[in-house]
Design a protein around this ligand. Structure first.
Ligand code: COA
Ligand code: AMP
Length: 628
């Protein structure tokens, strides 16, 4: 409980990074050792393991087969939406990844080429990712809940030379064919279209006579298995797009060796897993958690990784998580607080947890949004297991702050994301760039260099990286989150300082939604805020002012705007509330007071700045949120 072991290890990571990360790197297989642990390389921030060469797929799969663990389970696929359970061993995974890599090569994909993966949680999605890593192609997985226009933006930025897709996704009872979405995305993009490999699912088939479309089963069967290509430590493993403060998504670049080192440390240090344990991250391969902890980290550590295609509730019921944890003797389980709130809403007494043997489960990890203490306590009481809230971002690739259960059991402070992980030198700064006192709120930043695993740049956008993360405070990475650090070094993350909102654990840009609303012919101006929501943490709410003479009813306008956001961003945006207002509150210089609107929506006392143009504009907003 004292934290001494953690403190010693943490200090070593900052004061002697060579020793700390050198030990971690020694657990990986290298085809060429690195010559510089951390130093100046290409791009905006220092790079790790310069000069080294290795392959991510080899480290996640082949070396375990070579060591005699080929028959051990690598993937445990559970798909209640299709009634399928499937176990894939490391030897089978090696064969699949090698064949998929061979099929990609036969279609002309080489080192450094981008491959867009548009697939739901599935064995095939993980195989496609590993196959890219195997041949040195850079994958970019796109979450299924995004609309064709968002897909098109990613296609234009990444310029993939191949797409690997499922014929459909399955959302609860809905079957969502992917081919029409891809076709529309390519029609909207500047690209002429590229070959596509479709994994055909029984629920809906893609039309393979249509253009350059290929059948997954057929191309894998015919493929010459591809070997693992040695890759430079600093070569990109993947690009993952995430929401920024404008409508244009940010292409987060992940390097190879730094990422593997960070994952190798964290799967033991944070998640306390030993090789052979079963591990489950109930996320989606389209999010960073899915990349790090469904695919790469557990496989790297020779854990069996559960892949779940379903929802926490309704597929078939709110007991599915507990049932599968018991079935696979899962040791560490990771999900989003919103999923736990969804379960709690349906099964408040936890009756569906009864009868499942969770004796193997050591801890439950939550991330993606702030964990409210009520949810934390409910979950702790339900299972009597530690519940660890940990904080991270697509940019960081792994947790910035957590309680390192594999190192030392620290006291959990509800509402806090615990302490900084190795290499993360955290500070809380005031507007003047000076550290604030313990317990005082400020911008949470990390001193450079960032530890291994953190994104070295944005795809083709070094300057955007510098502007987004490095320009606010000299020598620091700006996380975009505000909060405070207490006298024991526990970090409390309270919310974003920018236009990013977090809906049901999904990161979205309110600015992107505003762009869609503003494009409507009847809208003069608008604001989108993330209002507190009991289930989803936040939900987007739009406020619009119509143009003079706009001939449309408020209901009609709201319906059209909601439909437009769904069409242009996707169902995942979940914008369901639009309010038509006379005016938006603004400062005298014309800045829309979104924070003030959010405070009103959340039932807080609005803190409008002294520069507000006309305080009376707030009255209808307050009335809107005042119970009758
Ligand atoms: N493909 C297509 N559509 C998708 C999708 C996907 N992969 N994921 C979500 N959607 C759709 C949903 O079907 C829904 O559509 P609808 O408006 O037609 O009903 C819409 O996007 C909103 O989805 P969501 O916000 O997820 O709401 P929900 O009611 O379907 O589910 C939860 C609510 C809480 C159960 C669910 O959001 C959840 O499990 N969240 C956890 C997320 C998570 O694990 N994040 C990773 C961080 S670690
Ligand atoms: P994403 O990039 O999708 O992982 O979202 C990252 C953002 O989610 C962070 O910048 C935070 O705003 C929020 N977030 C993630 N984990 C936590 C957490 N444990 N507590 C509070 N906010 C979190």
């Amino acid at each position: 409980m004292s934290g001494q072991i953690y403190q010693q290890l943490y200090r070593e990571s900052l004061e002697q990074p060579e020793a700390f990360w050198g030990k971690v790197a020694a657990t990986l297989d290298w085809s060429k050792p690195y010559d510089t642990l951390v130093g100046k390389g290409d791009g905006p921030i220092p790079r790790w393991f310069i000069g080294g060469e290795l392959n991510a797929c080899h480290n996640c799969v082949d070396r375990h087969v070579d060591a005699g663990f080929g028959d051990d389970a690598a993937l445990l696929y559970e798909s209640p939406v299709t009634g399928t359970s499937r176990t894939v061993t490391f030897a089978q995974l090696q064969d699949l990844a090698a064949r998929c890599g061979g099929a990609m090569r036969a279609l002309g994909v080489g080192k450094g080429d981008r491959v867009l993966i548009y697939m739901p949680n599935s064995v095939e999605a993980v195989v496609a990712m590993l196959a890219c890593a195997r041949i040195g192609a850079i994958h970019s997985v796109v979450f299924g809940g995004f609309a064709p226009k968002e897909l098109a933006a990613r296609i234009d930025d990444a310029q993939p030379s191949l797409v690997i897709a499922a014929s459909c996704g399955i959302e609860g009872k809905k079957v969502l064919p992917y081919q029409p979405m891809l076709d529309e995305a390519f029609a909207l993009s500047l690209s002429d279209g590229v070959p596509t490999i479709y994994w055909q699912r029984a629920h809906s088939h893609a039309d393979l006579d249509d253009g350059d479309a290929h059948d997954w089963e057929a191309v894998l069967a015919a493929a010459t298995p591809a070997p693992c290509e040695p890759m430079a430590a600093t070569d990109p493993l993947y690009i993952l797009y995430t929401s920024g403060t404008t409508g244009a998504p940010k292409g987060i670049v992940r390097d190879t060796a730094g990422y593997l080192a960070a994952l190798a440390w964290s799967i033991k240090g944070i998640y306390n897993c030993e090789p052979g344990d079963a591990y489950w991250a109930a996320s989606d391969v389209g999010w960073v958690v899915g990349h790090s902890y469904i695919c790469y980290a557990p496989l790297l550590n020779r854990n069996a990784s559960v892949i779940f295609e379903g929802k926490p509730v309704g597929t078939p019921d709110a007991g599915i998580f507990w049932k599968l944890i018991a079935k696979h003797k899962v040791k560490s389980f990771f999900t989003a607080p919103t999923a736990i709130r969804a379960i709690k809403q349906v099964d408040p007494q936890g009756e569906l947890a009864a009868g499942h043997d969770l004796s193997n489960l050591q801890a439950i990890y939550l991330a993606g949004e702030r964990t409210d203490p009520d949810t934390l306590h409910w979950l702790e009481d339900l299972h009597g297991k530690p519940v660890i809230d940990h904080w991270w971002q697509t940019e960081t690739g792994w947790a910035i702050c957590a309680s390192p259960a594999g190192i030392e059991k620290l006291t959990i402070k509800p509402g806090s994301t615990s302490v900084a992980m190795p290499g993360w030198d955290m500070e809380c700064l005031g507007d003047n760039g000076q550290p604030v006192a313990a317990g005082e709120q400020g911008a949470i930043v990390a001193r450079l260099p960032l530890p291994p695993g953190a994104a070295p740049t944005l795809w083709n956008a070094d300057d955007r990286y510098r502007a987004s993360y490095l320009s606010a405070f000299d020598g620091y990475y700006l996380s975009g989150d505000a909060g405070y650090i207490d006298e024991d070094g526990h970090v409390f993350v309270m919310g974003r300082t920018d236009d990013v909102i977090n809906v049901a654990g999904h990161r979205l840009s309110s600015a992107a939604m505003e762009e869609v609303l503003a494009a409507h012919a009847a809208v003069a101006e608008c604001a989108v805020i993330g209002a507190a929501d009991q289930l989803k943490g936040q939900i987007p709410v739009g406020f619009v002012v119509t143009k003079a003479g706009a001939d449309i009813s408020q209901e009609q306008l709201a319906d059209e705007l909601i439909a437009n956001v769904r069409r242009d961003i996707g169902p995942v945006a979940a914008l369901k509330n639009i309010h038509v207002m006379e005016k938006l509150p603004k400062t005298r210089s014309g800045k829309i007071l979104r924070k003030t609107i959010r405070q009103i929506a959340d039932g807080e006392e609005p803190q409008a700045p002294a520069t507000i143009e006309d305080p009376s504009v707030l009255a209808p907003y307050i009335a809107l949120y005042t119970p009758l």
